[in-house]
Design a protein around this ligand. Structure first.
Ligand code: KG4
Ligand code: ZN
Length: 339
């Protein structure tokens, strides 16, 4: 049995988690804390890297203290440390990553630099005791949209990705166009509940192409052109949101089914911030059922950025006897998930 403390600071959330792992048992998350800077960045309509960085600096130590208190541990009882090494905003990544390395150095314990996307990818299995099963991972976050062929821990190949905007980015940009608060995703989902998803026929780009890549920038532009013609935005807002959301969902589902067919996987695992969207989860669950696929979803608390998923990925690295990272490891703002 050992404990691992993880830090996540790739964007606008400072997060700390402590996880206890023992072979053949589901990991125990002893603490998972997040301080969100959403309110701070809201007035700028998006994340300001310099502000994010400064706030990570002040938030990180109090968060570690509270996490240790919650887990009823002292820093000396932590057996390993992990932190997000990338991808993300350089100035933001630097804080959590340097802090994690510093703690590991001071305590003479191993350090694991974790890929943020691996954190998301593995998060649907965070409450299970078993090894990571072979599956098709669909990651839908603010910065990435990916379909990943997972053969087991550390064995990942990219099957599809967005060629332009990520799904969450499209939600956020369209939200901004519609004067909704940042981040747009949850706001659009709320508004969409009141609207008709068939009211506007927005494009589902590259749907007929045989590959598994996505494209959402044409959809975003289509919303912009439609907006130009609308005189009463307040009245049309629910229909616009519902129709936009449906176009994103249709694209995600179509390409996921295609990737499942290409890879032969019968297990699909959904993760990332956009997986908080209930309409997406319901539609994907129905499509999987129809196509005799099993869907694993990430617990909602671990869908948006958090440190428990980084701790879990670290835990998997320990259990799979992956070598710890060198303390000379640097952050990697464009850290690819697959080589
Ligand atoms: O995974 P995440 O927390 O951060 C990144 O790694 O990017 O994802 C954040 C993204 C944002 O774009 C946000 O708008 C989106 O997830 N999101 C949603 C919902 N909740 C969060 N998108 C659609 N519907 C939601 N309910
Ligand atoms: Zn993320």
């Amino acid at each position: 049995m050992s404990t691992l403390l993880a830090l996540e600071s790739s964007c606008d959330e400072t997060a700390v988690a402590i996880i206890r792992m023992s072979p053949d048992e589901a990991p125990q998350i002893l603490s998972s804390l997040i301080t969100s800077q959403i309110q701070l960045h809201r007035e700028y309509g998006g994340v300001v890297p310099e502000l994010a960085s400064r706030n990570h600096t002040t938030a990180v130590q109090p968060l570690i203290d509270t996490a240790l208190e919650e887990a009823q541990l002292t820093i000396h009882e932590i057996d390993a440390f992990a932190a997000t090494a990338g991808p993300g905003l350089a100035a933001a990544l630097l804080i959590g990553h340097s802090y994690g390395k510093g703690l590991a150095l001071a305590a003479n314990k191993p350090f694991y630099g974790i890929n943020h996307m691996e954190g998301h990818l593995l998060s649907p299995f965070i409450e299970t005791a078993d090894a990571i099963p072979p599956h098709l991972g669909l990651i839908v976050s603010g910065g990435h949209t990916m379909l990943v062929d997972v053969q087991g821990h550390g064995n990942y190949s990219l099957v599809g990705k967005t060629r332009d905007d990520a799904a969450g980015e499209a939600f956020d940009k369209v939200g901004k166009m519609l004067n909704l608060p940042y981040p747009g995703g949850p706001e659009i989902e709320k508004m969409a509940l009141l609207g008709n998803p068939k009211a506007y026929n927005f494009p589902r780009t590259m749907l007929k192409d045989p590959h598994c890549d996505f494209s959402f920038s044409g959809l975003k532009t289509a919303v912009l052109y439609t907006l130009d013609k609308i005189t009463d935005l307040e009245k049309e807002l629910p229909d616009l949101c519902a129709s936009f959301q449906q176009a994103v969902i249709d694209s995600l589902i179509k390409k996921t089914l295609r990737a499942a067919e290409h890879t032969g996987h019968t297990l699909v695992a959904l993760s990332g911030g956009v997986s908080c969207n209930k309409a997406l989860v319901d539609a994907l669950a129905a499509a999987c059922k129809k196509n005799k696929l099993t869907l694993a979803t990430c617990p909602r608390t671990y869908s948006t950025d958090n440190a428990a998923m980084i701790a879990y990925a670290g835990c998997q690295a320990v259990m799979n006897q992956v070598d710890p990272s060198e303390l000379t490891q640097e952050i990697h703002p464009n850290f690819p998930l697959t080589s």
